[in-house]
Design a protein around this ligand. Structure first.
Ligand code: SF4
Length: 374
C-alpha cells in the first residue's frame, strides 16, 4: 500500500481494482494474487468462485477485516483459473511455498493443530514434535500427522530415554569419541543431568562413537516404522527382573514407561494404516468439462491426468497408474517436501468426507471408470 497515499487516491485505486474485477473476473475456481506497487506478491488466495471472492474484498470493513487490510496493500490483483476447487487449493499451496507471501505467513490453516514427529538432520539427530503446515521446511524425516502434540512429546521423550538419544537443542555442539578433533578438545562436564543418570549417550561431551549414536537413531526409526520392538522388549525384561528382585516400585515405573512406548507404537501403526489408506484414484469434475484424474499415493498427488476420452489416453493413464502404485507399501516416514501436501489432502478429505465417493482403488479404475465419472 502506498504509505503516503491520500484517502482520495486510495479510494480511486480501490475503485479501479474493483472495476477490473467486475469487468474481467469469472465465477469459477482459481487462485489470485495481491500485488503491491513494488511488485511484491503480498498475498495468495484461492476460491471456488474467483469473481465473488474478489468482490467480497471491497465490501470488507477497514481496518476491522483482514480482507480489507489485504486489498489496501494491492496495486494490482491477478488471477488464474483452475479446473476445480481441489486444483485451486493445490495451486495455492504451490504458490505460497514458492512465493512466501508476507500476508499469508500469519494465516492459520485448518491443519494447524496437527503435529509431526521429526527426526532432525545433522551429526547427532534428536526426536522432536513439530506442528502444522510449513513443518516440512526444516528438513529431516517426518512421521505424521497426529492429533495431540503433548502426548506425543511425552512418548517420544520415553523413546529417547530408552535409546539414549539426546533431546536438547545444542545442535552445533555435538561431537563423538572417534572424531579426530576430539583429541585437541578437553572433555567438559555436561550441563545436563541426562548424561549423568545414563539416559543420554552424551554426544555433547563426545562420550559415544558416531557409530554407536547412529545405531540408536536407526533403532528409533525402525521402532517408529514398526520394524522392531527392541525398546519395549528391553523395558519388559528390566521390569520382569525388577519384579523378581522384589523391587516393585522400580517395576511399576518400568511398567508405565513400557505402556507409553506401547501407546506410541500403537499410534504409529494406526498412522501407517491411515496414510496408506490415502492411496487411490480421485476423479474431480472440472469447470466446463475439464475433468481431472489424480493419482494419490500416501496422501500426496503423484500424477495428474485429464479424464481420458480416447483409447490412447486410457492407455497412458493405465501406464501411469501402474507406475505410481507399483511396489510395496512405502516406509512410514514422510519426505520433508511432502509434509504440507499430506496435510492439505488430509484436511480436504476430512472436512469433505463425501469426496471419498469420488475415489476408487487403482485396480478397479483400470477395469473402467466408475459410473459417476462416465
Ligand atoms: S546429555 Fe548432552 S547431548 Fe544429551 S540431552 Fe543432555 S545436553 Fe543434550
Amino acid at each position: 500500500m502506498p504509505a503516503l497515499a491520500t484517502p482520495a487516491a486510495d479510494a480511486e485505486r480501490l475503485a479501479r481494482l474493483r472495476s477490473n474485477v467486475r469487468g474481467s473476473a469469472e465465477d469459477r475456481p482459481g487462485t489470485y494474487r495481491m500485488i503491491t506497487e513494488t511488485g511484491e506478491v503480498a498475498y495468495v488466495g484461492k476460491s471456488k468462485r474467483i469473481r465473488s471472492r474478489l468482490l467480497s474484498y471491497f465490501r470488507a470493513e477497514y481496518p476491522k477485516d483482514k480482507a480489507a487490510r489485504i486489498v489496501r496493500e494491492a496495486e494490482a490483483i491477478e488471477w488464474e483459473y483452475q479446473p476445480s476447487e481441489f486444483a485451486a487449493l493445490r495451486e495455492e499451496l504451490r504458490l505460497i511455498k514458492a512465493l512466501r507471501p508476507r500476508l499469508n505467513v500469519a494465516q492459520k490453516r485448518d491443519a494447524r493443530h496437527l503435529a509431526f514427529v521429526r527426526i532432525t538432520p545433522g551429526r547427532a539427530p534428536r526426536l522432536t514434535v513439530v506442528r502444522g503446515p510449513g513443518a516440512g521446511e526444516r528438513g529431516g524425516t517426518y512421521y505424521g500427522p497426529f492429533n495431540g502434540a503433548s502426548h506425543l512429546r511425552e512418548a517420544l521423550r520415553e523413546l529417547s530415554t530408552a535409546l539414549g538419544i539426546r533431546d536438547c537443542t545444542l545442535d552445533g555442539k555435538m561431537r563423538f569419541a572417534d572424531q579426530v578433533e576430539l583429541l585437541d578438545m578437553p572433555l567438559r562436564t555436561p550441563g545436563c543431568l541426562r548424561f549423568e543418570i545414563g539416559t543420554c549417550l552424551g554426544p555433547c561431551v563426545g562420550a559415544p562413537t558416531a557409530r554407536a549414536y547412529s545405531q540408536q537413531v536407526r533403532e528409533a526409526r525402525a521402532f517408529l516404522e514398526g520394524a522392531t520392538e527392541g525398546p519395549i522388549v528391553r523395558l519388559d525384561a528390566a521390569m520382569q527382573a525388577a519384579s523378581a528382585e522384589w523391587q516393585f516400585e522400580r517395576a511399576a515405573v518400568l511398567r508405565d514407561k513400557k505402556a507409553r512406548l506401547e501407546s506410541l507404537q500403537d499410534r504409529f501403526s494406526r498412522l501407517r494404516f491411515a496414510v496408506e489408506s490415502l492411496s487411490f484414484v480421485y476423479l474431480v469434475p472440472g469447470h466446463d468439462g475439464d475433468d481431472r484424474v489424480y493419482l494419490v499415493r500416501r496422501g500426496v498427488v503423484r500424477a495428474e491426468h485429464p479424464a481420458p476420452q480416447t483409447a490412447e489416453a486410457w492407455a497412458e493413464l493405465s501406464s501411469s497408474i501402474g507406475g505410481v502404485f507399483r511396489g510395496d507399501a512405502l516406509p512410514g516416514a514422510i519426505p520433508a517436501h511432502e509434509v504440507d501436501e499430506l496435510l492439505l489432502l488430509t484436511s480436504w478429505f476430512t472436512t469433505r468426507p463425501e469426496e471419498m465417493d469420488a475415489t476408487v482403488p487403482p485396480g478397479s479404475f483400470l477395469a473402467g471408470p466408475p459410473a459417476h465419472a462416465r
